[in-house]
Design a binder for this molecule. Structure first.
Ligand SMILES: Nc1nc2c(c(=O)[nH]1)N[C@H]1C(S)=C(S)[C@@H](COP(=O)(O)O)O[C@H]1N2
Ligand SMILES: [Mo]
Length: 393
């Protein structure tokens, strides 16, 4: 692709903030410390988790950069950045969460395969760009289309990065055409993050943002869009990011039996404490994030300080001064909710948090019940062991 280039080694990686915890250096995978993660509703790009599968692409000449739209459509189309910028610009506040968030904790039950993540493979940002539905209209695909006249039912996003899982080929995945052409689904081709041009780690010059869906579907460094009949046959759609039951292991796995994961289930995490913490007995403020997929809001966050015998409700908020109400027009439907509760802790104990979304989905109690060989979607109750001590923390 002219204008955008994919290096085959890691000598041209962008600078990164030193406070990130690096889980893998090449490809670069890193997350912020817990306390930084919840220090603001919008996550600054510097502290936003970075999840790459290969070296970060380089823009040589933005004027020459273009994307193509082809496949099962009447008029294939090539679009330059100026064409994308000419379309109405939307600002969508959306949380991206990697399906592997909290994988390290799942691996403590039984070993899993994948990059280890603590609880910060998640971030919330304002993404700005064109709506995919408007871009597809330029290629002659009307709003709310489920199938094109040539049988296209899925929209495949192809990047240019060289991923070893694809034997050096680019990252690619797809979403259903009816989601891509639904204006209310808010799928974006974004060129800004928090009001600034996308940086290289997050997909400069153009990335897909699919709100409410696992991060893996939000393709960075977009190169082309294909309208196809079946889901993308790429590795990350067919041989990864699928949720298997605990009985499936590497000997008996049949990838074709499961569908690619799309929506994220309900999740919540305490970020004000590490999993094992020593605290001074007395009042303790507990805070963290809660989020669900598919645009479902957070109805409740329950916190227990006696290992789950009794629960109290935490307060929830997004923007200061505006009360958070799940599924309300004033709430950011694709974004996380921060929560806070002050509790009395006198003895060593287990603190637990669990969230309920607006469809009354609740998090599973035990990680064992949802263990899966790839270690994805660990949404089990978040537990913190606290020692009540008098150390000066
Ligand atoms: N081209 C490309 N897009 C990609 C990836 C990638 O490696 N290459 N990683 C995916 C995964 S698994 C996640 S969780 C998100 C991470 O986005 P971020 O690095 O901006 O946080 O990007 C997705 N899009
Ligand atoms: Mo991911």
């Amino acid at each position: 692709m002219p204008g955008l280039r994919a290096p085959s080694d890691y000598s041209g990686e962008p600078p990164r903030h030193p406070s990130l915890r690096v889980n893998s250096k090449e490809p670069f995978n890193a997350e912020p410390p817990r306390s930084l993660l919840i220090s603001s509703y919008l996550t600054p790009a510097d502290f936003f988790y970075k999840r790459n599968h290969g070296p970060v692409p380089i823009v040589d000449n933005i004027k020459r950069y273009s994307i193509s739209i082809s496949g099962l459509i009447e008029k294939p189309k090539q679009l330059w950045m100026k064409d994308i910028r000419m379309l109405p610009k939307y600002n969508v506040t959306a949380t991206l969460q990697c399906a592997g968030n909290r994988r390290t904790a799942m691996s403590k039950t039984k070993v899993v395969k994948g990059v280890g993540w603590d609880v910060s493979a998640i971030g919330n940002a304002v993404w700005s760009g064109a709506k995919l539905v408007d871009v597809l209209e330029l290629a002659g695909i009307p709003k709310l289309t489920s199938i094109t006249q040539f049988g296209g039912k899925h929209v495949e996003f192809v990047s240019i990065d060289k991923c070893k899982e694809e034997n050096g080929g680019p990252y690619k995945v797809s979403i259903p055409l009816n989601q891509a052409t639904n204006p209310d689904a808010d799928v974006l081709l974004a060129y800004e993050m928090n009001g600034e041009p996308l940086n290289r780690d997050h997909g400069h010059p153009l990335r897909v943002v699919v709100p409410g869906v696992i991060g893996a579907r939000s393709v960075k460094w977009l190169d082309s869009i294909n309208i196809i009949a079946e889901e993308s046959q790429g590795f990350f759609m067919q041989k990864d990011y699928k949720m298997f039951p605990p009985s499936v292991n590497w000997e008996n796995i049949d990838w074709s039996t499961r569908r690619p994961q799309m929506d994220f289930p309900v999740q919540c995490v305490i970020c004000s404490l590490e999993d094992v913490s020593t605290i001074k007995p007395g009042k303790v403020k507990i805070s963290g994030y809660a989020v669900s997929g598919g645009g479902r809001g957070i109805e409740r966050v329950d916190v227990s300080v006696d290992g789950g015998r009794t629960w109290m409700e935490a307060s929830r908020f997004q923007k200061s001064g505006i009360p958070y109400i799940a599924d309300d027009a004033n709430s950011d439907k694709w974004a996380w909710v921060l929560f806070e509760v002050t509790v009395d802790i006198l003895h060593s104990t287990e603190i637990i948090a669990k969230a309920v979304d607006s469809s009354a989905n609740v998090q599973p109690q035990k990680v064992e019940d949802i263990w899966n060989l790839r270690g994805i979607l660990n949404t089990s109750w978040h537990r913190i062991q606290v020692q009540a001590g008098h150390s000066n923390m």
